[in-house]
Design a protein around this ligand. Sequence first.
Ligand SMILES: Nc1ncnc2c1ncn2[C@@H]1O[C@H](COP(=O)(O)OP(=O)(O)O)[C@@H](O)[C@H]1O
Ligand SMILES: [Mg+2]
Length: 388
Amino acid sequence: MSNNKDVIVRLIDVEKEFDGVKVVKKLNLEVREGEFLTLLGPSGCGKTTTLRMIAGFSHATSGEIELEGKNVADLKPNERDVNTVFQNYALFPHMNVEDNIAFGLVEKRVPKAEIKERVAEMIKLVQLEGMEKRKPAQMSGGQKQRVAIARALINRPKVLLLDEPLGALDLKLRKQMQLELKHLQQKLGITFIYVTHDQEEALTMSDRIAVMNDGVMEQIGTPDEVYNHPKTKFVASFVGESNILESYVEAVRGDLLRISLEAGKAVLHAPGFKKEEMIYICVRPENLQLSQTPIEHFSIRGRIIEHIFAGSVIKTVVELINGQRLRVARHPGEEELEVGTYVYVFWNPKKAIIVHTVEEQIYNIIEQNSNRMYKEFVEKYSATTEEV
Ligand SMILES: Nc1ncnc2c1ncn2[C@@H]1O[C@H](COP(=O)(O)OP(=O)(O)O)[C@@H](O)[C@H]1O
Ligand SMILES: [Mg+2]
């Protein structure tokens, strides 16, 4: 394992089982100091479980968790330099804002004068001046969430864990709080590990996103990497909208692949593929184009079945001759194509991304490992023969 100084949280082969069922599988993750890292994935994929293991509320079945380079297996939650903000706020209903925020410091027997000063500083930070004496029942969802954040930050944790903290807010307030939280994190320079199932939220706020599916981290990268270069079919379809097409490589000329799909033929740029390989390709709706006349190298045919108005773009649904439906983003100024019109579907060959399935990736890992094991075996064997 590398020992980079800037890694503040490290998970090594972490697994969690409930009643014999693995809900987090071989998770390896390095979170850098000062980073805004998001765990993104659908409900039930293991995000909360992962966060609870980092916080110390739950023990890993196997693997190791390090905070600032030290294994924290034996540390209780309050002995770890992390704090958690939950979706349901978990405020004390009988206490006012000030007392809720001060709670952690009172517990730690911090001197009264210092508590007062630090609470005032937090109230200013989360913009709740004038609300000091209010009780949770007298505040909006957004205000309550600010109290919860202030209460976690007042302990000056190295890492703040946030589990769907904006999940209970309406869309407009959520968007506003996303920006506020991001600015707060930048200002304080604290490491945030943020959990959400909302891909748009993850793309807006994060420095890096770890995409999880069924207990497996399928990809980690910047929002740009995850959106523009998804590595798996799942990531391509979960992050942003995408059209996934199964195809077969018919011919390879340099980096240009000629592919065959059920609904026709097409071309795309991608290095390193061989003739006769089966591949999944992903084309974003904004990268698909329609034409009533044939386009060179493309023969994918379909029929327009619906136009969905979505503000600045129109999502046109095209049904291919094999029944698969594609979504094409078009602008109001483009040539009007009536429902029922037959069209050719094409794209810029550089704008189609090849995605692998997880099964293929697991297969690659097994293959690498068996190569490694084979090498070790050979090394060991040659060592013993030398001794003889
Ligand atoms: N205490 C528990 N006992 C049994 N199963 C659990 C427990 N906590 C979570 N699970 C299961 O683990 C899986 C992952 O849950 P969770 O981490 O809460 O997912 P997420 O936060 O991504 O929605 C789910 O299938 C959930 O039912
Ligand atoms: Mg959860």
